[in-house]
Write a protein of this length. Structure first.
Length: 295
């Protein structure tokens, strides 16, 4: 495959200054439902793009490779925190700034223009964008609980620290927050969402066991009501009830996420207790056998 620097050179005439300012990276695994629209949006902005694929089996790599401005590489994904550190502090992408996206995100021309303006001012190290959530392809006009997302970074630095099942910017980072939103429009089958919540539940249980968690995490692991609390907050306090079907579907997703994560934690706790009980039982049987054996 072509290198990222080769792509930059071959597209430089069409992209002008944008090509030397910022490169885009898209992290993917089994994103055939999303990758084409994500890359089309980036192509409209004229930005060279590196797709890092962590083991797709659904044709994502083949679909991404059809785009002339895109380089596809295999990537050993561990978590977003390590991926961000690799891309911002270790990997040389040939540009002073890097834009990092998931495949279910889309950059509008308005957001791209604002990114370029913020970079040209030179007074920030990271750019954060508010998220425009979509539910089943429809925009969620009100009710979203998704916080603004850091998406663009000055290369050569490590910006993130771990938090919950994700990461956050280090407190000293100079941040610019855009007015334009980043679209989050995940079109994968609903089963993929359920599988993600199962994974989050497993991560939540491990964090509670290690003590590396917030009060909110402990409540989510200890009681199934947190999903209902999130749904009420979305519908009532955030106005999701006025977003029609998308608002109700989003609230239902919050309930299911809370229930699934709690159920996974409960399963893990029961399994751990059973293992301990089995070990105690085995020790008791061995002790009894030792006492009853003839001398």
């Amino acid at each position: 495959m072509k290198s990222a620097s080769t792509v930059n050179q071959s597209t430089g005439a069409a992209q002008g200054a944008d090509c030397t300012t910022l490169s885009a990276v898209v992290l993917v695994k089994d994103e055939i439902a999303n990758i084409a629209k994500c890359l089309r949006a980036l192509a409209k902005c004229g930005v060279p793009t590196l797709v890092l694929d962590s083991g797709s089996t659904d044709g994502t790599q083949r679909e991404a490779a059809r785009c002339e401005h895109v380089v596809v590489e295999d990537f050993k994904y561990i978590n977003h925190l390590q991926a961000y550190r690799y891309l911002t502090a270790e990997r040389d992408l040939g540009a002073p700034w890097v834009l990092i996206l998931d495949a279910d995100m889309e950059v509008s021309q308005q957001l791209w223009n604002e990114l370029q303006l913020a970079i040209s001012r030179g007074n920030c190290d990271a750019i954060v964008a508010p998220i425009q959530m979509y539910v089943d392809g429809a925009p969620l006009l009100r009710g979203s609980l998704c916080p603004p997302k850091p998406i663009a970074f000055r290369a050569g630095q490590d910006y993130f620290v771990a938090t919950g099942h994700g990461e956050k910017l280090a407190p000293q980072t100079r941040v610019y927050t855009t007015l334009a939103s980043l679209a989050h429009n995940d079109l994968k089958p609903y089963a993929a969402y359920v599988a993600t919540q199962v994974r989050y539940g497993e991560q939540l249980y491990r964090r509670t066991r290690s003590g590396d968690c917030r009060v909110r995490d402990r409540l989510r692991a200890a009681t199934p009501v947190m999903g209902f609390v999130s749904a009420v907050y979305s519908l009532v306090l955030r106005g999701g009830v006025f977003s029609g079907r998308a608002g109700w579907a989003y609230a239902l997703d919050r309930i299911l996420a809370g229930l699934i994560q709690y159920r996974v934690c409960l399963e893990q706790k029961n399994a751990a207790q059973f293992t301990v009980s089995s070990g105690d039982c085995g020790s008791s049987i061995a002790a009894c056998a030792s006492q009853e054996s003839p001398h």
